[in-house]
Design a protein around this ligand. Structure first.
Ligand code: NAP
Length: 340
């Protein structure tokens, strides 16, 4: 186990902002994760697990504690009568797992292609795209509790998955070690999101797993900023899910507002559309921070931006939406450390 003191965290995040970790430990085995837990406990410091840093806003003051970056990379595949199960270390890059499934012609996570992050982060966040969510394939996760050292297996029923959330998001001491997903050798037909439907109309093949993976990656490359050129953390906000009556009122105020009925009778509205067309905030900019021109749910941070700038910008967006619609929008991106 190597311990780095006062390690800069900004380069370890896709937003590219934030201060240092008091201690940074990169753990390439589960034994090292256990050592890191002891290290933090001996010093009575809080422990934070960082995946690929693709969904976090780290404060400019950094994290006064132990930050553990899980770099365990093993994947074990088992054939099943209907496809395969894969058990992947939490540190495996999510898109590497998507590719490995595509190589085996296994359906289940192909529409989640191109999402930056690790397998562990994907579970915490219950990542979703184009109508698929991680929870669709989740079987269980092996977890260690950093407060008690207890090793447990969290099943799908206990994982309490919701819209971009899970039990793991709230259970601050649960460190995910490995994740098992169930993938299928046959497809489950579903309604295509409009970008994919347009691609199919344009002749893009979407039958095979590999074809879907490539189509989704091509759409994402066109539509979302590339973290290598500008800081971003994917969708910064969640799409609000609201009462049907409230949604109807909003549609009267903002004709054309995309709405998607939910199984529980509520309605999900497309916040990106609302910010862009409803509130006229396309490309809205404050200093080095702006809403991405192609998708207003994404906040882009140019060189020179700080965590405080991004947080203040996000608060301004939240306040504008609240004033215009009465909706308290929620952030998808998690803040680590304290932004005063
Ligand atoms: P989009 O296609 O422009 O659609 C805007 C929003 O409307 C989406 O956020 C989506 O909600 C919802 N939507 C569209 N078609 C729908 C349908 N047929 N049924 C139900 N809901 C529908 O969205 P986009 O910004 O280009 O993103 C495409 C997909 O990638 C979305 O699913 C988005 O969530 C996902 N994405 C995920 C991440 C991430 O996990 N970090 C980052 C960026 C984009 P949902 O968000 O609930 O799908």
């Amino acid at each position: 186990m190597t311990v780095e003191e006062h390690a800069p965290l900004a380069p370890r995040t896709t937003l590219g902002v934030g201060g240092s970790a008091r201690y940074l430990i990169r753990a390439s085995t589960i034994g090292m994760i256990e050592e890191a837990i002891c290290f933090a406990r001996e010093r009575m410091l809080p422990m934070t697990v960082l995946g690929a840093g693709s969904n976090v806003l780290i404060s400019d003051e950094g994290i006064d504690g132990v930050v553990v970056q899980n770099t365990c990379k093993e994947m074990v595949w088992h054939e099943t009568p209907r496809g395969a199960r894969v058990t992947a270390d939490a540190g495996v890059s999510w898109d590497v797992l998507v590719d490995a499934a595509a190589e085996r012609d296994l359906y289940g996570i192909e529409y989640l292609a191109g999402i930056p992050g690790t397998v562990g982060g994907a579970v915490v966040q219950n990542i979703g795209a184009y109508g698929s969510v991680l929870a669709d394939t989740f079987v269980e996760a092996e977890v260690i509790d950093s407060a008690t050292d207890e090793r447990t297996v969290v099943t799908c029923a206990d994982a309490a998955f919701g819209y971009r959330t899970s039990y793991f998001k709230r259970a601050r001491t649960a460190v995910i070690l490995r994740v098992t997903l169930e993938l299928s050798s046959s497809d489950t037909p579903r309604e295509l999101y409009s970008d994919l439907a347009h691609a199919r109309e344009a002749g893009v093949p979407l039958e095979r797993v590999r074809e879907r993976v490539e189509a989704v990656r091509a759409i994402r490359t066109r539509k979302f900023p590339h973290a290598a050129t500008e800081g971003c953390a994917g969708s910064f906000f969640k799409n609000p899910v609201i009462d049907a009556a409230r949604a109807q009122e909003l549609e009267r105020t903002y004709p054309g507002l995309p709405r998607y009925d939910q199984p529980d009778g509520r309605v999900k509205i497309a916040l990106g559309w609302l910010l862009d067309h409803g509130l006229g905030l396309r490309g809205f900019t404050r200093g080095a921070v702006r809403l991405y021109e192609q998708q207003a749910l994404v906040i882009v941070a140019a060189a020179g931006a700080t965590a405080r700038d991004i947080d203040a910008f996000a608060r301004e967006i939240e306040e504008r939406v609240q004033r215009a619609t009465g909706i308290a929008i929620e952030r998808e991106v998690e803040t680590l450390g304290i932004i005063a």
